[in-house]
Design a protein around this ligand. Structure first.
Ligand code: KG4
Ligand code: ZN
Length: 347
């Protein structure tokens, strides 16, 4: 028997996590199952798209059953199914959307395609019901580095984005040259705690005055060049100092620009999103700067920062409240814009 809770399922498969969650009333996490392929891709030093797709195909039915079982919910109780339709790896997204469409076709449950970055941002609403648009969001993940004005639950304006590497990508590359393995972000974060962030002055790139775009590859390359130079000179490198100094350089620029954006928009609420939002240095530094500037800071718990199904369900729940849904022709959009592409997902 269905009770009066509103039940949303969220399916995420845009990169290397097969994740399905069930939310009640858009906020209560009844289950949040994440099947990570990290160990499989570690051998290759990064995500191999074709292998990711095949593992999603294999894992989805198990993750789906487990999500319903852990939630204690039957499929007939689900009010809508949200699924990531882009951006991300085409083949990986296709596995999630094909599965979601098949379930919706067979059961008659409404389908809601969502944008991956929108989901990362909406992860903040799960633990913070008081957060309501408008606010600004710093999105920092393996594939994205964006400053976004969140004008509504399904309306976004890009203030700036990276012109080269995403911040997670830069972390992963630095981790690789430091011999830390994949995924590098958490490993650099951990090692940096033992190092001196002011030991080495790595390049910081601010671009044009008033630009909210980022350029992070120069800092990454500065780290690589430093390591080569020291190695050629036969010097011993303090890897913890390198990790800490890289982190200080990259995060200083990101935090400065974020605070400038909040000031320019006279916005007193900032929500951080994406896998790199679980970085302890960013969390601490940003909190101190926001406290000083009178800006209220929201950051999801680490498990809701990296890819998960709960964030997809949160975004789908908000879209359902706006009366938005997709039809069963929902396509895959590997390069979907959060500013101009969202209407492509709606029926
Ligand atoms: O959001 P996410 O799970 O996937 C994408 O949508 O890209 O982000 C994954 C990225 C990886 O680059 C990973 O190294 C980074 O987030 N990451 C971190 C930390 N935890 C994950 N980077 C820095 N510090 C962390 N603690
Ligand atoms: Zn992500």
């Amino acid at each position: 028997m269905k009770d009066n809770r509103h039940i949303t399922m969220g399916i995420e498969s845009s990169c290397d996590e097969t994740a399905i969650a069930i939310l009640a009333d858009g906020r209560d996490i009844l289950s949040n199952v994440i099947s990570s392929q990290i160990e499989i891709h570690t051998v290759y030093g990064g995500v191999v798209p074709e292998i990711a797709s095949r593992h999603h195909l294999h894992n989805i039915p198990f993750v789906f059953d487990q999500a319903l079982e852990e939630a204690g919910v039957s499929l007939s109780e689900v009010d809508e199914i949200g699924v990531t339709a882009g951006p991300g790896l085409a083949g990986a997204i296709l596995m999630g959307t094909a599965y979601a469409k098949a379930v919706c076709a067979a059961s008659g449950i409404p389908l809601i395609g969502v944008h991956h970055i929108q989901s990362h941002i909406m992860a903040n609403l799960i633990e913070h019901p008081e957060l309501k648009p408008p606010f600004i969001s710093l999105v920092v993940s393996g594939g994205h580095t964006h400053l976004i004005e969140v004008k509504g639950y399904n309306e976004f304006r890009i203030l700036g984005c990276t012109r080269d590497d995403a911040v997670g990508e830069a972390y992963d590359k630095v981790a690789r040259v430091l011999g830390l393995g994949y995924p590098g972000g958490p490993k650099v974060d951990k090692l940096a705690k033992e190092g001196n962030p002011f030991a080495i002055e790595f390049k910081r790139v601010y671009l044009e005055k008033d630009s909210f775009d980022f350029s992070l590859s120069g800092t990454k390359t500065a780290v690589i060049n430093y390591l080569h130079k020291e190695e050629q000179a036969g010097k011993e490198v303090n890897r913890a100092d390198v990790a800490a100094s890289f982190q200080e350089a990259v995060m200083e620029v990101i935090i400065d620009k974020t605070m400038d954006a909040a000031k320019m928009l006279k916005c007193s609420e900032l929500a951080v999103a994406g896998g790199v939002a679980s970085n302890s240095f960013l969390r601490d530094k940003l909190k101190a700067r926001c406290d000083k500037a009178g800006v209220k800071l929201y950051i999801p718990s680490p498990i809701l920062c990296t890819d998960n199904g709960a964030m997809v369900a949160s975004a789908a729940y908000q879209k359902a409240k706006l009366g938005l849904k997709s039809d069963l022709h929902l396509d895959v959009y590997p390069g979907l814009s959060i500013e101009s592409g969202l209407s492509k997902l709606d029926a």
